[in-house]
Design a protein around this ligand. Sequence first.
Ligand code: FES
Length: 155
Amino acid sequence: MEKQNRRSFLEIGTAFISGIMSLAAGIPLIGFAISPAFKKGESKWVDLGLADRLKNSRFKKVDYTFTAKDGWVKATKKRSVYVTDTGNGGWNVFSRTCSHLGCLVRWDEQKESFLCPCHGAVFDKNGIVVAGPPPRPLQKLQTKVEAGILYVKET
Ligand code: FES
């Protein structure tokens, strides 16, 4: 009887220790496998081309593509922006995506405004909402110039 109790105690102990060792090895693997789902999309600098080519531009439309990784998904995205040289070494780059429902705005030189064709929104030259339903201004992208190339930060 005592021999049988010792044997079952050893069996339970061995199973317990095996379980702990499996968990210790498995948790990092599971964490590695599911961690991309909890990561936010990474921001990156995207090349818009030579800054000199865009110098003195006033709301020049620039289209570009970039690769973004979000979780497990890596996708090529298209973006359209308006670029303005502020004249003092700075740049204003506005996304063309309307902050209401995502239609593409266009710059109207005579009205000095961005106009959205979908629901009549009007944004001023700083991207601020002047009329219509959008809840926010146009997205203004962060810029930098390195080695003569203008970059915008995509998030
Ligand atoms: S999508 Fe631009 S106003 Fe609605």
